[in-house]
Design a protein around this ligand. Structure first.
Ligand SMILES: Nc1ncnc2c1ncn2[C@@H]1O[C@H](COP(=O)(O)OP(=O)(O)OP(=O)(O)O)[C@@H](O)[C@H]1O
Ligand SMILES: [Mg+2]
Length: 349
């Protein structure tokens, strides 16, 4: 081998196909989620024969295939039949009733949304969907600012299944009773992948992403291990990408131990971006930090003075802070009823 054989030329790259390391990339086969996919498909089956179907609530921690699994099902469903509309909404992006409805209209091919009010949009959607059936996935559903839209879809659409996805296990409890009693979902909890499964999933991505001989298997194991420790496939994808970038930065054709270490040192900053609070949640956290140990009603008074929002919205925001591990909640009995008290977590104060 010549002295310079291991050096990348200026127009060369270690990546054969970097796209497959994107978090949004949907692999053709979703291994290790076959059972969940089959279970969901069975729940949706009645829609194909114009019957009513169940609603579904999917919970589980970040980066374990909840979104991928549901998008996969939509894709298969669309290939199988045109009797059912498949709709995917990201409620982080579409966080109001109006935005959700406009997005649904566009996915249904209805373009005349300009100047229409929320109820007019809902009418147009009902007219289209009620001739057939629909599966509507509402991903990151806890990020919705108005839960009214869930109630509306449940009320106005006949043959449909709402699939709600959230990290927040307590999401159902935050819903209004009227919505809850119409939803009555089948709850499916996704659990993190084992080490072996994490290894296989990431190995497949590595194989398609990098040229042969770039990434030695023994070094790849560190990445699989880290992703498995963190129980998050997305962290594995981040590490593969960052490692490749570090290798290119050295103008090398082969990944080294140092490249992996450099990538792993960046994981904590990547993880911090996982918890993205909205502005109200951030303000609420500051209120709790400034008044540690205050009761729920004291904090609600402050919150309400500033934002003029319902108690239910407040409870949902508190629930997000709790799920994001930013606050502790203790309960004490006051005059016969349980009163929650909020404390900021040490590491975040
Ligand atoms: N079984 C699998 N096979 C191949 N890729 C997978 C599998 N499970 C997850 N992934 C990949 O891991 C990444 C994270 O998965 P996904 O986006 O579905 O996570 P999530 O559970 O929805 O997380 P979050 O709660 O943060 O939204 C995606 O790029 C996805 O393609
Ligand atoms: Mg997701």
């Amino acid at each position: 081998m010549g002295m310079f054989d291991n050096f990348l030329q200026h127009d060369e790259t270690v990546f054969k196909e970097q796209l497959v390391l994107d978090y949004e990339y949907l692999p053709h086969i979703l291994k290790f989620r076959e059972n969940q996919q089959q279970y969901i498909a069975n729940l949706l089956k009645p829609l194909f024969s114009s019957k009513m179907s169940s609603n579904i609530l999917i919970t589980g921690s970040p980066g374990i295939g909840k979104t991928a699994c549901c998008r996969h099902i939509l894709r298969e469903m669309e290939n199988f039949s045109d009797k059912i509309y498949g709709i995917y909404i990201n409620c982080w992006k579409q966080d109001t009733s109006y935005k959700v409805l406009v997005d649904i209209c566009h996915q249904l091919g209805y373009k005349w949304t300009a100047n229409k009010k929320t109820n007019e949009l809902m009418n147009e959607i009902s007219k289209i969907v009620n001739k057939k059936a629909a599966v509507i996935i509402m991903d990151e559903v806890d990020k919705l600012k108005e839960e009214q839209i869930i109630y509306q879809l449940l009320e106005d659409l006949f043959r449909k299944s709402l699939i709600l996805i959230t990290n927040n296990k307590e999401f159902l409890a935050t819903l209004d009773q009227r919505t809850k009693s119409r939803l009555i979902p089948e709850v499916i909890e996704f659990v993190p992948y084992s080490y072996k499964e994490t290894y296989d999933i990431l190995y497949e991505r590595k194989k398609f992403a990098f040229y042969e001989n770039v990434f030695p298997d023994d070094l790849f194991e560190h990445i699989a291990q880290k992703a498995s420790d963190e129980k998050d496939i997305r962290i594995g994808l981040f590490l593969l990408k960052e490692t490749g970038n570090a290798t290119e930065l050295r103008s090398s054709k082969k990944v080294s131990q140092e490249d992996i270490e450099k990538a792993i040192s960046k994981v904590s900053s990547f993880q911090q971006t996982k918890t993205i609070l909205d502005d109200e949640e951030k303000e609420l956290l500051v209120m709790i930090k400034n008044n540690p140990g205050s009761s729920s009603s004291e904090i609600y008074t402050l919150y309400n003075q500033k934002f003029n929002k319902t108690d239910r919205t407040f409870r949902r925001k508190i629930s997000t802070l709790k799920e994001s591990d930013l606050i502790n909640v203790t309960e004490e009995r006051v005059n016969g009823t349980l009163m929650p008290y909020f404390f900021p977590k040490e590491s975040n104060s």
